[in-house]
Design a protein around this ligand. Structure first.
Ligand code: XMP
Length: 533
């Protein structure tokens, strides 16, 4: 439903950005985040952007990202030559560094010597703006075949490696800089310093942006967009819909109605969190749709994960449409039509849907916000320019309950896709208890910041023999799936302390009936996905 290009300006911002030019690797988003971590607003643009389009964005700086190609390959992504004539301070990274070197008259050599992974680099330790103040010998993360052999005229060489004579360069007069390595990845020891030096010291960009600045700006934009019309929002209990709804509530107050569909697949306490804590914190007008029976009836006898997802998506739309019809009728009676729908679309969704690098459909995702395509509403998307951690920060500034703002990502189809096998009320009750125990213990151990999320999965179709008290049991296993991740695209299993695992396991097997075994999922993503279904 939201397939605008990353250039879309709906609900964007007035801030002058640093533009991160995406040369097609997975690093552009990471660079954009690191720039924001340096308190500078950033946006990602495709490498096909023209110099006029760049000029129209009035950027304070440009970062050229890495990319998978060789500048010599046919069809290698190129950059409009006019961009480097605009007088905007620019940092080239990896492939972007080579593109810059070539366009400005340097030489890029096909050395056939690939540098990959942690690499020792020797840096100039004078007071140069890019690397000055850093150690002479440092470890950086490399991934390249070609190398810059000769820097363009007017450039100083700032670093080298055993096989790369020009690993970093600078031209202070033009405010052009480049590094062969990836400063945006944590394996580059002084990576963030390189980025910050470029932004603040070399380009003179102040560190004055933070996600909180967005609130006042978005509130004004929403008011302008919505006028006196009515707005509806689908609240899932998740962070994105909670924060986007709260922003709209702050902007237009009573013109907004939030709809919360309880599909019976929620976690323990979630409904209460929304109905009590969230409503109290925001003052939002909330309509709850009680749809658990309908969802369970529709899911009866279904074990196939994709089929479950489709059914849950379909039922969600039905439930929402019913609520919508009621609200439309009510609004019409009062003379102000509903014209807008709030969506908690985040920046990665915007980049990924418009980035053109299409990924395979591994699982059909139904966000609770995955609403019908033919809805006749205009979208209000106040989070379109933000990353998840920034959305959390805004939620906190808006005074939302920590239980909601700090919440782990939770899939729209809820516990329905964490039961391997048929979904029944009884099984949902078991899983809800086990999940609550795991969450409680992880929080108590102070591990919430370390894990991205920890799905708890019930293997309802599996039974194993156990012994409890004096008797033999024949119960179900529960799987713990703690993962660490920056964006859920890739993930690693979190090395949780044994004593925390022991406590969770003890409590689950003691307190949750019919569960006699707790197992730990030690698979990274890829090859495993985060969710089991
Ligand atoms: P996977 O399982 O694909 O999950 O590795 C990646 C991230 O997406 C979440 N997820 C979903 N979120 N609707 C959602 O809103 C869905 O249908 C859905 N399926 C998976 C998952 O929790 C993880 O954060």
């Amino acid at each position: 439903m939201t397939t605008d290009s990353p250039n879309s300006t709906a609900n964007s911002t007035d801030q002058r950005p640093v533009l991160v030019v995406d040369f097609g690797a997975q690093y552009a988003q990471l660079i954009a985040r690191r720039v924001r971590e340096a308190s500078v607003y950033s946006e990602i643009v495709p490498h096909t952007i023209t110099a006029e389009e760049v000029a129209a964005r009035n950027p304070v700086g440009i970062v050229l990202s890495g990319g998978p190609s060789s500048v010599y390959e046919e069809g290698a992504p190129s950059l409009d030559e006019g961009i480097l004539q605009l007088g905007v301070p620019t940092l080239g990274i990896c492939y972007g560094f080579q593109v810059m070197a070539r366009q400005l008259g340097g030489e890029v050599a096909h050395t056939g010597q690939r540098e990959y992974g942690a690499t020792a680099v020797t840096a100039r330790t004078d007071d140069n703006r890019l690397l000055g103040g850093q150690p002479e010998h440092q470890t950086v993360w490399m991934s390249h075949g070609d190398s810059v052999a000769v820097a363009p005229e007017g450039f100083e060489v700032l670093a080298s490696t055993a096989s790369t004579p020009v690993a970093a360069f600078a031209n202070d007069e033009k405010q052009f800089y480049g590094v062969q390595w990836h400063p945006e990845v944590k394996h580059s020891e002084y990576g963030q310093d390189v980025l910050e030096n470029f932004l603040h010291r070399a380009a003179g960009i102040p560190a004055d942006w933070n996600a909180g600045n967005v609130i006042a700006e978005q509130v004004a934009r929403i008011r302008e967009q919505v006028g006196s019309a009515r707005v509806i929002s689908a609240l899932s209990g998740g962070v994105d819909s909670a924060v986007s709804t709260a922003l709209v509530q702050q902007a237009v107050g009573d013109q907004l109605t939030a709809v919360f569909v309880d599909h019976g697949l929620l976690r323990k306490g979630e409904r209460e969190q929304v109905q009590q804590d969230y409503v109290q914190a925001t003052g939002v007008r909330l309509v709850t749709v009680d749809a658990a029976d309908t969802f369970l009836a529709a899911l009866e006898g279904v074990s196939d994960p994709e089929q479950k997802r489709k059914i849950i998506g379909r039922e969600f739309i039905r439930a929402f449409e019913q609520a919508e019809r009621d609200l439309i009728a009510e609004a019409a009676a009062e003379g102000e039509p509903i014209r807008f729908l709030v969506q908690g679309t985040l920046y990665p969704d915007v980049v990924e849907s418009g980035g053109g690098t299409g990924t395979a459909n591994i699982k059909s995702h139904h966000n609770v916000g995955g609403l019908p395509e033919d809805l006749q509403f205009e979208l209000v998307e106040p989070l379109r320019t933000l990353f998840k951690d920034e959305v959390r920060q805004i939620g906190r500034e808006l005074g939302l309950p920590e239980a909601i703002v700090g919440r782990q990502p939770f899939p729209g189809p809820g516990l329905g896709i964490r039961i391997v096998g048929e979904v029944t009320r009884d099984r949902l009750d078991l899983l809800r208890e086990a999940d609550a125990i795991a969450r409680e213990e992880l929080s108590a151990a102070g591990l919430d910041g370390e894990i991205w999320q920890c799905p708890v999965v019930l293997l309802a179709d599996v039974r194993s023999v156990g012994v409890q008290g004096d008797g033999r049991t024949y119960g179900h296993p529960i799987v713990l799936r703690p993962v660490s991740s920056e964006d859920a695209m890739t993930a690693d299993w979190t090395r949780l302390p044994y004593d925390v695992l022991a406590k969770i396991s003890n409590r689950i097997t003691n307190e949750v009936r019919e569960v006699n075994r707790v197992v730990l999922d030690v698979t990274s993503k890829p090859p495993g996905t985060i969710e089991w279904e």
